[in-house]
Design a protein around this ligand. Structure first.
Ligand SMILES: Cc1ncc(COP(=O)(O)O)c(C=O)c1O
Length: 384
């Protein structure tokens, strides 16, 4: 079966966060795709709705099995089912783990620029974001190992949150990098939490390395979900994977105490259908996204030589270097929205060197993408 990613969807007036817009605005900001889910997922959800009874739910064994089978077959990681804990989202999991495994006032290390909600999960719990800024050189990002060791060795540092693959720069961390991060974290007694929500959105032909398969991976905690790759964010389902038994017991207790370990009506069904029946759809999606990326990139290169497209290996989020145009991407994004209606994210939100970058979500129908890139070109040209 082939899937039609060009098929239009109408998300206006559906309480969609992304499409809560004015007039003819075009939202290409939040990480939420404009594609209908794979039919097998829709069927599973429909079957559940058709029961007509919407009482409390449990997490069946099939949930852990679907995740364990997917990671073994697709990513080469053996996870026992009992090591998988349901959670109502990756962000609820991160916040809970920060609260449980660090103390008020502790430093939590993150590579910046990074997904902005990490900052909320850390700071809302009274902990400090301790950024290790990625080094940016000619369109590529890398780790400053000296800086990282400095930050991890600080006596107040107790945790590091990794984004693997990394949102917004689109890096896929290598096994060597993960081993080295893990080794440093062990040396300084720092717990690693790896957020792997974007792991199924690597470019075709590129595989990600689960933190759990790295040398010290069994000492950390990994968060995964079907929500990004299969467009299920509104279902609020995720999983926390903890190898170590004692750590797992404490994590389970904390997730339950924070009331984020129980599923809604559709979260489990959606996740199981995605990981047992969604493989072909996902591979079709990744090809489609690659084409979108290539079109966006070539239009930018042709029309905006002063904008540099960062080379990425994962996510559907373009990360564009606008440093030759401005030092203030907030003002630039406001201008683009006001003059063209295109709504994109200023990189400032992700800290680090983000103030000279913008992030654009290209997970939309090709027709919409072309409209978006044209608005972007127009907005940048009129800003200058
Ligand atoms: C790195 C990362 N983690 C977590 C989330 C959100 O996870 P959830 O919706 O499961 O809370 C996102 C959403 O964009 C993300 O990019």
């Amino acid at each position: 079966m082939s899937y039609d990613f060009d098929a239009p969807v109408n998300r206006l007036n559906t309480n969609s966060l992304k499409w809560d817009i004015e007039g003819d605005e075009l939202p290409m900001w939040v990480a939420d795709m404009d594609f209908a889910v794979c039919p097998e997922i829709k069927d599973a959800l429909q079957k559940k709705l058709d029961t007509g009874v919407y009482g409390y739910q449990i997490v069946p064994e099939e949930f852990g099995k679907a995740i364990s089978d997917w990671w073994r077959k697709r990513h080469g990681w053996e996870i026992a089912e009992e090591q998988i804990i349901f959670c109502s989202g990756v962000v609820p999991a991160l916040t809970t783990l920060v609260k449980r495994f660090s103390d008020v006032g502790d430093n939590v290390v993150v590579f910046t620029p990074v997904y902005n909600i990490f900052f909320s999960s850390i700071e809302n719990m009274g902990r400090k974001v301790y950024p290790s800024e990625l080094v940016y050189n000619d369109g590529e990002y890398g780790i400053s190992w000296n800086d990282l060791e400095n930050k991890l060795s600080h006596p107040n540092t107790t945790m590091m949150i990794l984004c693997n693959p990394h949102n917004p720069t689109g890096q896929v961390w290598t096994k060597e990098e993960l081993d080295r991060i893990g080794k440093l974290c062990r040396k300084y007694g720092v717990l690693v939490i790896s957020d792997e929500i974007h792991c199924d959105l690597t470019l075709p032909g590129i595989n990600y390395v689960p933190y759990g398969t790295s040398e010290y991976g069994k000492e950390g905690i990994v968060c995964v979900a079907a929500s990004k790759a299969f467009n299920l964010a509104g279902l609020q389902g995720a999983a926390v994977i903890v190898y170590d038994k004692s750590l797992r017991e404490r994590a389970t207790r904390a997730l339950n105490a924070n009331e984020v370990a129980e599923p809604n009506l559709l979260a489990v069904e959606g996740t199981i259908a995605a990981f047992t029946k969604g493989e072909k759809w996902l591979d079709g999606l990744r090809e489609y996204l690659l084409k979108n990326r290539e079109i966006f990139e070539s239009e930018v290169e042709k029309n905006l030589p002063e904008v540099k497209v960062v080379k990425q290996k994962a996510t559907y989020l373009m990360w564009l270097d606008v440093s030759k145009i401005t030092k203030d991407s907030e003002t630039l994004c406001r201008h683009i929205r006001k003059t063209t209606g295109l709504w994109i994210t200023p990189g400032t939100q992700y800290r680090g060197n983000g103030n000279t970058f913008v992030r654009i979500n290209i997970a939309c129908q090709r027709k919409v993408l072309i409209d978006g890139v044209n608005r972007f070109i127009k907005g940048i040209k009129s800003f200058k």
